[in-house]
Design a protein around this ligand. Structure first.
Ligand code: UFG
Length: 337
């Protein structure tokens, strides 16, 4: 029997890759997106990639009760995968109330509708940011949670709301996925990350340097207590991450038991590691300048990955070179279309 899944934020970066993975796994997927940080043309690309004649999609906001009610009335959903949210740490410091409204309000609106329509399974996009500046590396899921930005606060609060809901009513089954640093693009070059402004994140910034749109990378500090002095992160290929959502959903369908897992590789890479890997991918040495540390950055974030492997059978396999090569392929092909 084909299962039908509501995918909020399905035209976005991680959402679009997850759409492909879900369709390939046999799910029927309905997208809701307000295109506030994505383009409607992604839907055509998703149709091309999956071979579907029509990608089922609705334009609107998860904050809009009446709109969401119409979507829920039009389909019999078995589960929801919820991406639609704001995700820029710096922006959240300037607009904290907007972040709470969209990220927390979007989740509670969704939960109310799910409850009313008896849809009890949800895969939720959380983030390694809920670990704050962790004491233990690699970070186990049992590590204490905290927050260092309004964005992180909304992810932590969302996790807690889900925990309270599940404790109050065991019919709920939530897959809480804590992403580390998603990068790269679909190997076809058809979909990828496409920030319209100057990127905040490392990989899209390096990609623009490689494409000649920015002169050099600013390395935010080389005096951290790390092997080469630059920040270390657990970069995970977006296609591996997308597969993590399929595994999470499969587990919720099979057992109706919730889980909270890290999605990463367990391997830490520095800013210089990433710069070198991208230089290999694009075939030229990319210029950089070392600048001051960025406010709020922590030295090292790296996942302990055992729980995702044991509970979901999830393993992120793609290498840093594959992450950079797929990003560069996307920048040279799909992103220019
Ligand atoms: N960095 C630079 N120069 C840049 C951009 C980043 O040196 O122009 C460095 C940062 O200092 C950091 C590393 O590259 O050491 C990674 O920075 P990113 O901005 O790419 O990613 P973050 O780890 O800061 O944050 C990301 C997401 C958050 C999420 C977090 C969880 O942006 O949404 O991962 O780990 F919460």
């Amino acid at each position: 029997m084909t299962r039908t899944v509501l995918l909020t934020g399905g035209a976005g970066y991680i959402g679009s890759h997850t759409f492909v993975a879900l369709v390939e796994a046999g799910y029927s997927v309905v997208i809701v997106d307000d295109f506030s940080n994505s383009k409607p043309s992604v839907l055509t690309r998703l149709g091309r990639l999956t071979g579907l004649n029509k990608v089922e999609a609705y334009e609107g906001s998860v904050l809009d009760d009446a709109f969401m009610e119409r979507v829920f009335n039009a389909h019999e959903f078995d589960a929801v995968v919820h991406f639609a949210a704001k995700k820029a740490v710096g922006e959240s410091v300037s607009y904290p109330v907007d972040y709470v409204e969209t990220n927390v309000g979007g989740l509670t609106t969704l939960l109310r509708l799910m409850d009313a329509h008896d849809v009890r399974r949800l895969v939720f996009s959380s983030s390694a940011t809920v670990y704050g500046d962790p004491d233990i590396i690699p970070i186990p899921e049992s590590a204490p949670r905290s927050y260092t930005s309004p964005y992180a606060f909304t992810k932590l609060m969302s996790e807690q709301i889900l925990e309270q809901a599940a404790a109050a009513d065991p019919a709920w089954a939530f897959g809480i996925l804590r992403y580390f640093n998603p990068v790269g693009a679909h190997p076809s070059g058809t979909i990828g990350e496409d920030p319209s402004d100057i990127p905040n994140n490392l990989m899209p910034y390096i990609a623009k340097v490689a494409a000649g749109e920015l002169s050099h990378l600013n390395v935010f500090g080389d005096d951290y207590d790390t092997p080469d002095g630059t920040g270390v992160r657990d970069y995970v290929h977006v296609c591996d991450l997308a597969m993590g959502h399929v595994k999470s959903l499969d587990a919720l369908m099979a057992s109706n038991l919730g889980h909270t897992v890290n999605l990463g590789t367990g391997i830490g890479s520095s800013v210089f590691d990433m710069l070198q890997a991208y230089s290999r991918a694009c075939g030229k040495t990319l210029p950089h300048v070392v600048t001051d540390r960025r406010d709020g950055d922590v030295p090292v974030l790296c996942a302990e990955v055992d729980r995702a492997r044991e509970l979901l059978g999830f393993e992120a396999k793609r290498t840093l070179d594959e992450m950079c090569a797929s990003s560069w392929h996307w920048i040279q092909t799909g992103a220019k279309e």
